[in-house]
Design a protein around this ligand. Structure first.
Ligand code: ZN
Length: 160
């Protein structure tokens, strides 16, 4: 499974993580499922009720509101994200214990080096933790309108 998000989505996750730093940031991701791919359509930055730099708990009231919005837009819940303010983007033992849903993608943003944030995506199947491919697409909307053969030219229209 590949998870796709736009640069704007990535920036939303990063901005939220920096705004609550050094507390762990958290939130939910919703969108659509396509063949072998989950496409994020909306990022929901949420409150970490633990206010902890080491773990997070989503606010149940916010969760309720988010799930209503997800349904209203006919999206599906694709997963969640949280930040690791001072450790790498590897799931902690607690992350593994709490990652119960096999259908969900779990994104972790490391701010161990704030100048070099690292975002990774994991899924958990049969007790195994797998890293998923994460694609951050800068021009996803425009690129979709172009024939595949134009994609390379579109990426660097003015260089070379
Ligand atoms: Zn974690």
């Amino acid at each position: 499974m590949t998870i796709r998000l736009t640069l704007a989505h990535y920036q939303e996750i990063l901005a939220h993580a920096l705004s609550v730093y050094p507390v762990e940031a958290c939130g939910l991701l919703a969108g659509t499922r396509e063949t072998n791919c989950a496409r994020v359509r909306r990022v929901y930055p949420m409150t970490n009720v633990d206010r902890s730099p080491q773990h997070f708990t989503l606010d149940p009231k916010e969760q309720f509101t988010v799930l209503k919005d997800v349904r209203k837009n006919s999206y599906r819940l694709l997963g969640n994200f949280h930040s690791h303010p001072s450790t790498s983007a590897r799931p902690s033992e607690e992350d593994k214990r709490l990652a119960l849903d096999k259908e969900m993608s779990y994104l972790i943003l490391s701010l161990a080096d704030k100048t070099q944030p690292v975002l990774k995506c994991f899924s958990f199947k049969h007790g195994l933790m797998l890293e998923e491919t994460l694609l951050i697409e800068e021009q996803v909307l425009k690129r979709e309108l172009l024939a595949p053969i134009c994609t390379e030219a579109f990426r660097n229209p003015f260089t070379n």
